[in-house]
Design a binder for this molecule. Structure first.
Ligand SMILES: [Ca+2]
Ligand SMILES: [Ca+2]
Length: 201
């Protein structure tokens, strides 16, 4: 049996050796730690400068223009019509249209006739308006200004043409009868409508 007695010298020994180690011995460097985790993304940078404009493209193919009418004419399909502001006899009206490079209007079909008749409201109510159709060459045989006979669509007023008093050879839109057609004395002065073809400029 022994009493446990504090070893006074133990602490002194430890202190002694620790002094020796501190002063003379040094351990090897530790192993570097592992890389840290990536940091958070930074703020976006500022916008760059705009790029330069690209070069112009090649010109497209040249398309043919659509036909147009001379000044003062109204267009219907590929034809141009001019409504007179004066009154002339049929012969003088015909000459005026020819001098302008055309002829008196030829409403050979219902669509053309309707288009023109709808424009006649520009004239005083009940006006008569010449177009290009006569039986001057042979009584009873109506021929268009271009020499073709009237064989197709027609729009005579009932009872017309009647060659009234044997002097009526020139056709006109009859204002007193809804602008249906009538034959009339060619020496009467009336409004008239000229026609030219639309042309590609
Ligand atoms: Ca006649
Ligand atoms: Ca008549």
């Amino acid at each position: 049996m022994s009493e446990e007695v504090p070893h006074q010298s133990d602490n002194n020994d430890k202190h002694f050796y620790s002094v020796i180690y501190k002063g003379c011995l040094q351990g090897s460097p530790g192993i570097p730690g592992r890389d840290g985790l990536p940091g958070a993304a930074g703020s976006p940078g500022r916008d760059g400068q705009p790029g330069r404009d690209g070069r112009d493209g090649q010109p497209g193919p040249v398309c043919p223009g659509s036909p147009v009418c001379p000044s003062g004419y109204v267009k219907f399909q590929d034809r141009c019509f001019k409504f007179s502001t004066d009154k002339k006899t049929y012969a003088d009206a015909r000459s005026a249209c020819q001098a302008a490079g055309g002829h008196l209007a030829m409403p050979k079909d219902q669509a053309t006739n309707n288009f023109l008749v709808n424009q006649l409201t520009r004239y005083p109510s009940g006006s008569n308006v010449y177009f290009g159709l006569t039986d001057l060459a042979q009584e009873g045989t109506f021929v268009w200004e271009d020499g073709t006979p009237l064989t197709g669509w027609k729009n005579w007023s009932p009872g017309q043409p009647d060659d009234y008093r044997s002097v009526e050879d020139c056709a006109h839109w009859w204002g007193s009868y809804g602008y249906k057609w009538n034959d009339r004395s060619c020496s009467d002065s009336d409004y008239y409508v000229c026609e030219v073809s639309a042309a590609v400029p």
